[in-house]
Design a protein around this ligand. Structure first.
Ligand code: GUN
Length: 293
């Protein structure tokens, strides 16, 4: 078994981004600026947004976190988004999900200017991703693609099984792995909650990408010898053994599955760190107006 080491690759890519930001600033440009909106006080969202802001600072970006109470109106949030869309000093905007139930995620996502949509959730970006055109790609799937690329994993012709069809991870992941690109060129099966006998598919998979949100869902008996296993799980459990009071568990039973896998991502230290780096990459691209004028 070899580790797909998200920590190592994320550190490398962050150094590359830092160097590029330093060069931009030396040439007289302002730093890339990301705004994150956080509504309510979901503990996991708070952790993710703080981590995004910390990582922005580490590579020399400016970041602003706008925190609002759970009971703000949808109209207020949409107005705020429009204000940010029109602010030339802001390059990228993310609204952390989930949102409270009285606010429409679709309206929020479609109000964000697709040119600042560094989360890659806007239909323009999703459509362009489907057509293999330059665009912002959702951070977690893009982070996984970068990880496979940096380890020079040949994926063409492989059977890739994605478990979970969320808009944020599973759905875009399945599209990316099927594109005529490298990594990509896979035969893709997208399994979800209504798939009968998921094991039938997982046992045939050359690449398994698990984003189902259930601790230790993927067990060794579900995996083919020599498979490449990517664990997207971020299952938080209260723990008195860690500094922040939580312990993270993946969707994959790492101890057992790693005995069969050729390559595997750990949790923590795998996909999570790549997700943040991917957001930084998108924000840098936004500041450079790489995809849209
Ligand atoms: N909630 C969980 N993952 C994400 C993400 O990648 N972006 C946003 N905006 N919210 C999330």
């Amino acid at each position: 078994m070899q580790l797909l080491d998200g920590k190592k690759i994320a550190t490398e890519i962050k150094a590359e981004i830092s160097a590029e930001v330093a060069a931009m600033k030396a040439a007289g440009h302002r730093a890339p600026h990301l705004v994150a909106i956080l509504v309510g006080n979901d503990g996991a969202s708070e952790t993710y947004v703080n981590s995004k802001a910390r990582n922005c600072a580490e590579v020399g970006f400016e970041s602003t976190v706008l925190r609002y109470d759970n009971d703000i109106s949808e109209a207020f949030l949409l107005d705020k988004i429009t204000e940010i869309n029109n602010d030339p000093d802001i390059d990228g905007l993310i609204v952390q999900l989930p949102l409270p139930p009285h606010i429409s995620v679709t309206k929020v996502v479609e109000t964000i200017d697709y040119r600042k949509d560094v989360d890659g959730f806007h239909p323009v970006n999703i459509g362009r991703m489907n057509k293999n055109l330059p665009c912002y790609i959702s951070a977690t799937p893009n982070g996984i693609m970068m990880l496979l690329q940096r380890y020079q994993i040949e994926t063409a012709g492989m059977h890739c099984v994605v478990i979970g069809r969320s808009n944020i991870v599973g759905s875009p992941m399945s599209i990316l792995m099927a594109l005529n690109a490298e990594p990509g060129n896979c035969t893709v099966t997208l399994c979800h909650s209504k798939t009968p006998d998921i094991r039938k598919f997982t046992r045939d998979a050359d690449i398994l990408i698990v984003a189902i949100g259930k601790k230790n869902f993927l067990t060794a008996d579900m995996v083919k010898e020599g498979a490449i296993v990517v664990d997207v799980g971020m299952n938080r459990e209260v723990s008195d053994k860690t500094k922040n009071g939580f312990k993270l568990y993946g969707d994959v039973d790492f101890d057992e599955v790693s005995k069969k896998a050729a390559w595997i991502t750990p949790v923590p230290g795998g996909v999570g760190l790549m997700t943040i780096v991917s957001l930084l990459k998108n924000t840098l691209a936004a500041a450079k107006k790489e995809y849209y004028g």
